[in-house]
Write a protein that binds this ligand. Sequence first.
Ligand code: E4P
Length: 308
Amino acid sequence: MFVADNYTAAILLRRREMEPVNVAKGGKAIPHPALRAPRIFADTATFNDIKPLFEAGIINGLTTNPTLLKKAGAKSWDEAKKIMKNLCDYLKPYPVSLELTELTQDKMIAQAEELRKLGENSVIKVPVGGYTAIDKALDPHTGLKVLRALWERDIRTNATLIFNSTQAYWAAQAGATYVSPFLGRLADFAYKNDNPERNPGNSLYRIDDHKNAKGDQNVSNTEYVASGGARKDIGIRLIREIAQVFANYDIKTEILAASFRNFAQVSEALQAGADILTVPSDILMKVADHPLSDAGMVSFVEDSKAFT
Ligand code: E4P
């Protein structure tokens, strides 16, 4: 399990400069104790999942992507836009991330302008890399160029599909408002692909043969390599690594931890220094629960019958 040691003053100072979240509206005698707590977003595009969480005050933002929109029933771009518009209206003024589906700079910028009109609270989600996996002829720096162009146009962005701190750093450098490290997919990948005879994490980090047969570098996460331990918590370590890099250089881009699979990862991301956590609705529905809370409530309610 990840343990957040060496929690530096620099990380704390960076958080102090973040926008306050729980602001009291006039006349409050008790200041809110968690003024700059990390914000929690729901990672879904399905309205019925969002409503109870928003009404409970558990979430103050949303992230969507093409997969989540498809799950929410969108069968065309117009339908997807309709869903995105409704979500922006419902959540406003809280941020709603809307992902670009175009793959070239000019078209992506035009699509960002189109999505921006869906709501003032829209945030444009830009895949940071992966373009040449779709078509070798595409520009590998498309995402970074679009992030910069949108920053120049005063459009807020969320750099998505981040799997190492270098990608996060370059996205911040390009002007991203948020970076989204996908911690759950990293953990999934390590669990699925690690070779049991070698150090855990070898599928991504290959500390003992950092070049493959073609001579390509395979080391993707320096912090993990340095840790050298038998761990599968590489997703969380990535959050910690980005938090440290951003603190070192006073980078205000917010770390939006994404791709959660369970409660343990939520707790670990809070320890690691994430600024925002975007969590699937089924996990958020259960955040107030614990089997021992259940047992405790049953006995307290039973005993309280003595007073009725
Ligand atoms: C983040 O913004 C993404 O929408 C999301 O967290 C991806 O998660 P997944 O790995 O469950 O698809």
